[in-house]
Write a protein that binds this ligand. Structure first.
Ligand SMILES: Cc1ncc(COP(=O)(O)O)c(C=O)c1O
Length: 352
């Protein structure tokens, strides 16, 4: 199969396969005298840390090998001795991190905003007050917010709600962490910059392997005093990879154009949606406060037959949802590998 040709509607970034990744890695390390890191310090790692700190408007940043560890290290340090941490019930930190913060850092994570319930602020206030008035007085040390929310189809938390929670937390002396694994998609949908978001939080995590095509990796950004010495904690958790550079060597290349590429991907997607809707047999369902995902239903063909036919034209669709038969479509820059008109012909032709 040709390299760099597939349109993949099931990935955050380009979904590079091993051969594609190795090809680009070779390009990256031969394009200049390539600065390797040592134990995740210096070299290209330091370049990436500086670039993200600058983009996010933070003083400093640290590479962490996974987002799971970035979230954990962040709330561990932000909470300090105030061990109650408010999190969203639907967040990665609460559901998909194996209770690492409870087991390894002695934190008490309290889940709020189940199902994306808004406003969050009411629940935040209730827990802060309830903690202060228990038989043993407790303080909430930190609040962690994920946006976009992966488990809610990448729905975003409205910016105004983040502002309210942030203002209240600061008034109460509670520290704030943003799980912004996919933060760089938000400006396209909310009109707010990544800096606007980062400014509401003490620390921000951004994934390096979702939008920026690393093989793994995360950035944790914050004040210089927060980041200083934090690499000891990273190492304590086994997270200082002796050679991290092969994981992130492609990141600078994709960071530079991400916002433009994502905006162009949506332009193309809108054209594709218009062509499919004009056909009459496709149904598009958008998500309120949505970001990169929409749902596509197709009449007149079984979803698995449809996706097999599409796959033979080098277009990948994720598994349809069993109840509705709809495909959860993730918008990313691979859509730019074909014209929307060519894609529409493939989709329409696959109904048979
Ligand atoms: C919102 C969110 N936070 C955190 C993570 C964890 O990232 P990692 O897989 O790099 O540990 C993920 C990744 O799957 C995620 O979607």
């Amino acid at each position: 199969m040709d390299m760099f040709k597939r349109v993949n509607f099931g990935t955050d970034g380009l979904g590079l396969n091993a051969r594609e990744y190795a090809t680009l890695l070779h390009e990256a390390v031969t394009a200049r005298p390539f600065p390797a890191d040592f134990y995740s310090n210096g070299g290209v790692i330091e370049e990436i840390e500086k670039a993200f700190a600058e983009c996010l408007g933070k003083q400093a940043a640290m590479f962490v090998p996974t987002g799971t560890l970035a979230n954990h290290i962040a709330i561990r340090k932000l909470a300090g001795n105030d061990r109650r941490v408010l999190v969203q019930a639907e967040s990665h930190l609460y559901n998909d991190s194996g209770d690492c913060a409870e087991v390894l850092s002695g934190l008490n994570l309290i889940p709020l905003a189940a199902g994306g319930r808004m406003p969050m602020l009411d629940e935040v206030k209730q827990w802060v007050e309830r903690s202060a008035h228990g038989r043993v007085e407790m303080k909430v040390g930190a609040i962690s917010i994920e946006s976009p929310i992966r488990r809610l189809d990448h729905q975003m938390v409205p910016f105004a709600e983040l502002q309210r929670v942030s203002a209240y937390a600061r008034e109460q002396g509670i520290r704030l962490h943003l799980d912004g694994a996919r933060l760089f998609n938000l400006p396209q949908h909310s009109g707010r910059s990544v800096r606007d978001y980062a400014a509401l939080f003490d620390t921000v995590y951004v994934s390096l392997w979702k939008h920026f095509n690393g093989s793994t990796g995360a950035i944790l950004a914050g004040d210089a005093s927060f980041i200083e010495g934090l690499y000891h904690t990273r190492r304590m958790f086994g997270g200082s990879l002796p050679r991290a550079w092969p994981n992130v060597a492609l990141v600078p290349r994709y960071l530079e154009h991400y916002a433009e590429d994502y905006a162009r991907a949506w332009q193309s997607t809108e054209r594709l949606i218009a062509l499919l809707e004009a056909d009459g047999r496709f149904r598009v369902r958008r998500i309120p406060d949505g970001t990169s995902r929409f749902f596509l239903g197709v009449a007149g063909v079984a979803p698995d037959v449809f996706s097999q036919r599409i796959a033979s034209a080098n277009v990948y669709l994720p598994q349809a949802i069993p109840d509705t038969g709809e495909f959860p479509i993730d918008v990313n820059a691979t859509i730019l590998r074909m014209t929307p008109d060519a894609l529409a012909r493939i989709f329409i032709g696959a109904i048979g």
